[in-house]
Design a protein around this ligand. Structure first.
Ligand code: GLY
Ligand code: MN
Length: 449
């Protein structure tokens, strides 16, 4: 996150809000106001603003609530702290927003919170001002337009906050209008500027994959590779968009295996699935490497099937098809992959979806409509054979364009020879280093130290 904004960036957030209002008006908006709820801090995690909140405001203040009236007037409700908050975290960014008039008013949510962090389990007093605003609106029959989707894992903290508010203002339960579908529609179609941001995250992810391939070696531990990847991200001011997966040997069949202290062994493959998040945009790229630099005959066989499946699906990815739609199997990328694997009798080893939308979230919001220009998706066929302890996954990031797609992660090779060569380059370098060290151990007369 940069610590200053250009006016052009502030204009982007304003423009998105204008578009949201327009789309809401199109869908028969009545009176009320838009309310966006930000993420909360949590000591266990680094704070990261909720994506839709950021998409519309650019504000990273935790525990904030953004209100916009239907004429576009904006108010940011912020927590009042009982301690000197700036002694704990910097709030310079928010000051900047206020100075540049990116928001019209700033108010306190209510009375002071204890401590320096806001909890979604707040008291009435701590949210008194917001509660009173909501109560007065609802009592006049007005609506609160907010993200309250039915989706199991979407907007979790936001829905928790709404539940809490409803406890204090019971009439709110009948006054909520869910805008998450409209926001998903907006966020799904990426602008050029967003594509550039995703591309930067992808580019950094490719650097991390290449660095990982270079250090893969027999008897290295999975977490050593993971730490290297996360270091590459951190060095560029990025974080991991999701916990980096380094899964060797039989772990390769566990889809979201978390890197452990297991040693990578000769003859193993290692699945590396990682993605940088840079400036609120994510990448997600997977490669499967041979630990000792050469795939076995059986590994080559499975790898080739997965790669051929990838190529087939990529060639079909275009506007008008679906990631997954059982009613149109010939235009459903998942079903195309499934019937490809079926030819080999391997469909039962393909145990997840063919891909997902990618953007501000690694599993980004999307809608059930067919693919459209401006979508960014992942394509990630994989086969996981538990009996053999062998898993192979290949994943790239595609930008859907007018008559096809552009692979944003194309620069990272995935053909067998190149993948082997990437690992071998390291092994050769390591061998050379060992050889030089051994040479140094010998005296000129050939005696050994
Ligand atoms: N890269 C992890 C996933 O897509 O679930
Ligand atoms: Mn993925």
């Amino acid at each position: 996150m940069k610590d200053s904004f250009m006016h052009t960036e502030l204009a982007i957030f304003k423009e998105r809000r204008r578009q949201l209002l327009y789309l809401l008006q199109q869908s028969g908006l009545s009176e009320g106001l838009i309310m966006l709820v930000g993420s909360f801090e949590n000591k266990r995690y680094q704070f990261r603003q909720e994506s839709s909140f950021y998409y519309l405001t650019g504000i990273v203040e935790p525990g904030a609530v953004f209100i916009m009236t239907l004429d576009g007037t904006t108010t940011l409700y912020v927590p009042r702290y009982s301690i000197d908050r700036e002694g704990w975290v910097s709030s310079a960014l928010l000051q900047r927003f206020i100075k540049e008039e990116a928001i019209d008013h700033v108010e306190f949510l209510g009375e002071a919170f204890r401590g320096y962090e806001v909890s979604p389990l707040f008291t009435f007093k701590e949210y008194k001002n917001l509660c009173e605003l909501i109560e007065s609106l609802i009592s006049k029959g007005k609506k609160i337009y907010t993200c309250a989707s039915q989706g199991y894992s979407d907007y979790r903290e936001q829905k928790q906050l709404l539940e809490r508010l409803t406890g204090y203002v019971p009439a709110l339960s009948g006054g909520i209008y869910d805008i998450s579908g409209i926001l998903a529609q907006m966020r799904r179609k990426k602008s050029r500027e967003e594509i550039e941001r995703i591309y930067k995250a992808v580019d950094l992810t490719l650097v991390a994959q290449e660095a990982a391939a270079r250090v893969i070696d027999v008897d290295k531990k999975e977490y050593e590779i993971k730490a290297g990847i996360d270091y590459v991200f951190a060095e560029s001011g990025a974080t991991s968009a999701f916990p980096t997966i380094v899964a060797s040997g039989s772990h390769s069949t566990i889809l979201h295996h978390i890197a452990s202290s297991s040693l990578m062994k000769k003859g193993d493959v290692v699945v590396i699935d990682c993605g940088a998040e840079l400036d609120y945009y994510c990448a997600d790229v997977t490669r499967t490497y041979p630990v000792s630099g050469v795939f076995s005959k059986r590994q080559r066989e499975l790898y080739t099937i997965v790669l051929d499946c990838y190529k087939l699906v990529e060639s079909k990815a275009q506007p008008g098809c679906w990631l997954n739609n059982k009613d149109y199997p010939e235009k459903s990328l998942y079903h195309i992959a499934q019937s490809f694997f079926k030819k080999y009798g391997y469909e039962k080893y393909f145990t997840h979806n063919i891909g997902h939308f990618l953007g501000m979230d690694v599993h980004d919001v999307g809608t059930a409509d067919p693919l459209q220009e401006g979508d960014v998706i992942t394509i990630e066929p994989g086969l996981y054979n538990k009996e053999e302890g062998l898993g192979i996954r290949i994943e790239d990031d595609l930008w859907v364009v007018k008559d096809g797609s552009i692979c944003l992660s194309e620069a990272l090779p995935k053909d067998i020879d190149s993948v082997e060569a990437m690992v071998q380059a390291t092994l050769e370098a390591a061998d050379e280093r060992n050889y030089e060290e051994e040479e140094e151990d010998f005296n000129d007369d050939g005696t050994f130290n």
